[in-house]
Design a protein around this ligand. Structure first.
Ligand code: NAD
Length: 413
């Protein structure tokens, strides 16, 4: 099984197990497995060299029973319908777990954004919105940044959507502040990992000060997680991006690495840091491992090489279902994605609320509300796991699935 289709199959395995524990019928399982709407569009653009290129774009709306679909838009060469479908289903579970009034969706365009100019990316994004605008919007489906997209891309979506429907900031989140973006949105997912980490450490009496961490991915989630965890006194010993991976026993120098990455596009060659082989950051000696890049990176093949005692899923679906079982058998705790990385969707929810009300919250309010929501969600997962003798992922899925089921029941399906 490739990393490309693991998210959907892992979701189905975790969903089936939760439905079994909760005694739900087969028809409920199929309702929660299937997406409500799947779109695939072809997007032709003229490249800067004058040639025509056609890209495939996808948007999947999994469930909207608890609120409009919500989820990121990814630009990556591995994007396909299966990956987007799996990620959309996870969003339904994530919004239910943190109990915000939103459903689950996800989108993507199969492209390599590093090989496209800013003009090409803008045209591609605007044409994608032109193709799907009838199905998205503040009350139906709200996009946000994900791998390969950022606030600028969200700004183009806002502009294109608003050109059709009038000024509509609530149609997309993760926008630049100047267009109604929220304070604290950019750092939210990584910052949220810090909040969940703190809740975990308090609950399980795990010391944070000096605890060692390896992080895969140095993009939005990986970088902000590294900052948040080091602010908690933890020592980040390894970080990586798609092309480079570095280690330093005494703790990496995050500012020097960020500078190197922005100037040279790589993390390597910073004084005092050892270069690692690609993927080795997953296997170094450390207390906590935070995969914060792509899905399906911890598999049956490398699960036995993971030395961390706790894996915090910064990325969506980084641990395959086989690896999940193998890690559990070895006594490794996995803090699941739908809890660990939910800070991003929670602050996206705050952005949507602020845009609908035409107000702007100060950063302190965003951080406080985020801390309250994530700490509550974490405690609920820890309590449910303890009461039922479950691992944290199973506990999180049970809570999320039962909330979606309850909403479906009272809707009268
Ligand atoms: P990003 O594009 O900002 O960063 C991705 C990072 O991963 C980059 O540093 C890239 O170089 C690195 N990377 C890619 N392939 C790699 C590999 N094979 N080995 C090591 N590093 C690799 O994306 P992001 O927004 O940080 O998203 C990362 C993950 O977090 C994704 O799974 C995404 O779905 C998930 N996530 C993102 C958010 C958000 O708010 N951005 C919220 C929740 C979950």
């Amino acid at each position: 099984m490739t990393a490309r289709n693991t998210t959907q199959s892992a979701y189905e395995i975790f969903l089936n197990a939760a439905c079994d524990r909760l005694g739900y019928s087969k028809s409920t399982i199929s309702l929660l497995s299937l997406a409500a709407l799947e779109m695939k569009v072809e997007i032709p653009i003229i490249r800067d060299n004058g040639e025509l290129a056609v890209f495939s774009g996808y948007r999947v709306q999994h469930q909207n029973v608890r609120g409009p679909c919500k989820g990121g838009l990814r630009y990556h060469p591995n994007v396909d319908i299966e990956e987007v479908r799996g990620l959309a289903s996870l969003m339904t579970m994530k919004t239910a777990l943190v109990d915000i009034p939103l459903g689950g969706g996800k989108g993507g365009i199969c492209c390599n954004p590093r090989e496209l100019s800013t003009r090409e990316l803008e045209v591609l994004t605007r044409k994608f919105v032109k193709r799907i605008h009838r199905e998205i919007g503040p009350n139906s489906d709200i996009m946000a940044p994900d791998v390969g997209t950022n606030a600028q891309v969200m700004g183009w979506i806002h502009s294109e959507y608003s050109a059709i429907y009038g000024h509509s900031p609530a149609a997309v989140t993760g926008k630049p502040l100047a267009l109604g973006g929220s304070a604290g949105r950019e750092k939210a997912t990584g910052y949220g990992i810090g909040i969940v980490m703190k809740a975990y450490a308090e609950r399980y009496d795990a010391p944070l000060n000096g605890a060692t961490v390896a992080i895969q991915g140095f993009g939005n989630v990986g970088f902000h997680a590294a900052k948040a965890l080091s602010d908690l006194g933890m020592k980040i010993v390894a970080v990586s991006d798609a092309r480079s991976s570095v280690y330093r026993e005494g703790g990496v120098d995050l500012s020097a690495l960020a500078k190197q990455k922005s100037e040279r596009g790589l993390l390597t060659d910073v004084e005092g840091h050892e270069t690692l082989e690609a993927g080795r950051e997953l296997e170094v000696e450390c207390d906590y491992l935070v995969p914060a890049a792509m899905g399906g990176v911890i598999t049956a093949e490398n699960a036995d090489k993971i030395k961390a005692r706790t894996v915090i899923e910064g990325a969506n679906g980084p641990v395959t279902s086989d690896a999940d079982r193998l890690l559990r058998d070895r006594g490794v705790t996995v803090v699941p994605d739908i809890l660990a990385n939910s800070g991003g969707v929670v602050v996206s929810y705050f952005e949507w609320v602020q845009n609908l009300q035409r107000v702007a919250w100060p950063l302190e309010r965003v951080d406080d509300e985020l801390t309250r929501i994530l700490s509550n969600a974490a405690q609920q997962v820890f309590n449910h796991a303890a009461q039922k003798g479950l691992d944290l992922r199973s506990a999180a899925f049970d809570i999320a699935v039962s909330r979606v089921k309850e909403a479906l029941d009272v809707t009268g399906i």
